[in-house]
Design a binder for this molecule. Structure first.
Ligand code: TYD
Length: 133
């Protein structure tokens, strides 16, 4: 599968809006783990790595940030700044999250439990594995 923005239902209500996601209606995978990134100083960047197996879905619950994806050859940038859509990221893409606005909140759900061995933290190694060299 390719990375893609997945729009979420938005229940508009004068008392406050509500959005949600569930498998399989919005999410293409079952959730094994949820984490979030918060208290990020404005302009910071995180998460320059790839995952061998895990897939993710990332939402900007608050504020904004950019997700830059690299398949080893070309780069694609997605700006997230609303809580009613997010970015689906398949496995084996180099991903960097950058340009965090002050007080932004990134919600991330994954189909795998945490496993340090699933990370590729070296871009050259990522390219080698990705290109099968
Ligand atoms: P990491 O994924 O490396 O953060 P980033 O790529 O955004 O800089 O995670 C930072 C640290 O947190 C690392 O030591 C692993 C730990 N961690 C967990 O223990 N469980 C988790 O679910 C996640 C995402 C990270």
């Amino acid at each position: 599968m390719k990375p893609k923005i997945i729009n979420l239902p938005k229940i508009i209500d004068p008392r406050g809006n509500l959005s949600f996601f569930e498998y399989p209606n919005q999410l293409p995978f079952e959730i094994a783990r949820t984490y979030w990134i918060y208290d990020v100083p404005g302009g910071e960047s995180r998460g320059s790595h790839a995952f061998k197996e895990q897939q993710e879905y990332i939402i900007a619950l608050s504020g904004s940030f950019d997700i830059v994806l690299n398949d080893g050859e070309k780069e694609e940038r997605f700006t997230l700044n609303r809580s009613y859509y997010g970015l689906y990221i398949p496995k084996m893409l180099w991903r960097t999250i950058e340009n965090f606005s002050t007080n932004s909140l990134a919600l991330i759900v994954s189909d795998k439990n945490f496993d340090a061995n699933d990370y590729i933290r070296d871009f050259r190694e990522f390219k080698k594995v990705r290109n099968g060299k």
